[in-house]
Design a protein around this ligand. Sequence first.
Ligand SMILES: Cc1cc2nc3c(=O)[nH]c(=O)nc-3n(C[C@H](O)[C@H](O)[C@H](O)COP(=O)(O)OP(=O)(O)OC[C@H]3O[C@@H](n4cnc5c(N)ncnc54)[C@H](O)[C@@H]3O)c2cc1C
Length: 457
Amino acid sequence: MDQADVVDAIIIGAGAAGLAAAKELRANGRSVIVLEARGRVGGRIFTYRDPSVVVPIELGAEFLHGATPNTDTIIDAAGLTAFDVVGEHWQAREGTFRQVDFWKRIEKVLGKLDEHRTPDRSFRDYLAERAARKRKPKDARARISAIEFVQGFHAADISLVSERWLAKGGDPAESPEDERTGRVVDGYDRVSAWLARDVYDAIELNTVVTRVEWERGNVVVSCQNAAGELRAVSGRTVIVTVPIGVLQAVPPAPGAIAFEPEIPAVTNAVDGLAMGSVLRTVFAFRERFWEMGLRNAPEHGGSGLMSLSFLHSPGADFPVWWTQFPVRAPILVGWVGGPPAAALCAMPDAEIERIALHDLAAHLGTTYERLAGLVTGSWMHNWEHDPFSRGAYSYAVVGGSGSARKLSRPVEQTVFFSGEATNTEGRSGTVEGALATGLRAAQGVLQALGQEPIPNQ
Ligand SMILES: Cc1cc2nc3c(=O)[nH]c(=O)nc-3n(C[C@H](O)[C@H](O)[C@H](O)COP(=O)(O)OP(=O)(O)OC[C@H]3O[C@@H](n4cnc5c(N)ncnc54)[C@H](O)[C@@H]3O)c2cc1C
């Protein structure tokens, strides 16, 4: 093969991690090719725009969680606007509303997790032990909210997720910065679009990688385009950014990748992680009806929830809903995570939306017919059934709290894994975490190729 055809790095996946790595490598003068299975960049950043809706509709990532230095850099450089989500958390039950300090309530439970717990155990076991010691109804309510958070925020199955892992990344309130939640006004996809801008010519869309053959300093990646044509791409290194669900898939399942030779350390690390489930449905309404007289909202004199940000309804099919507040838009997002989300994902979209709307009507003490009559549009993406994500985002199972670190180690200075699941700073499952791993992999490739990275590109 002509050496000119051998790129410095083959990058598999054009999500946040892959794009960040590609941009960083090119900025350092390296040749790259990005192979992306979908017909678009962004991966689990997936923004939809509907001319009839005033705000971008996020079907994947939506929030900036805690301190997000890498994302903030992009937001500034791309001239985007971000704002902090403020507003009130309310709990609703059959039309009765109560304002809740959600973080304070769950902090009581999550703040006591032990990151050195030996042997490691599941969150369910941790809760069972706590329930035996703390029998007051107040603690029982806090435990239910903590389950809602671990399922909803971490997308995790509480009988599988590791206490050690949750203790490291699961406490939402280690510092006031960590509590901050923000949103990109222009849409999250503007972040991935900005990253892609300088490397667009190197991105091959609709290109599904099926095989990675490697030896030290030499990689051949086999892929197939939308027309079914097979091709091999050669490089000195490879950065694999596909989600953990894809790494766990076994060929010939769509998206699955065979490594030749296999990398046992990677297989073991991948076994310590699981892909969490999430289901979100977005509804646009004719009006912001929650701001207008809702019955039984005593603190507001029955006048409606003017500053509603999050509406919690523990135990419901869709236990959390949120508005766009402080932006006043007639949009509500329904969210469920963990095993209940996986079960719902097996249903047809129309049935899921019917269940969601029924649930919302029950929380608010109104009728399904009334809400259905106000709906002007609805959107969702089934990440569970998407072959190129196979779930929403990763978490560590019992015994797997060190798996991300193992996955983050370069293999023979040739195969580099990145993507949210490989984040070692407690930022897995986020765009910020994915960006950091893309930059880390790029630095690793530069070092492997004998180049000191130029800082702050
Ligand atoms: C519903 C939902 C809500 C979320 N909400 C938030 C949020 O509010 N805030 C937040 O920070 N994060 C959120 N996340 C998580 C966030 O979206 C991810 O952590 C982040 O986008 C992951 O980026 P990545 O580059 O690691 O992976 P991805 O974005 O998944 O990129 C990997 C890429 O690899 C491609 N690929 C897969 N298989 C192959 C193959 N065989 N060949 C070629 N290409 C392949 C995929 O198509 C994809 O483009 C959410 C995720 C979901 C699903």
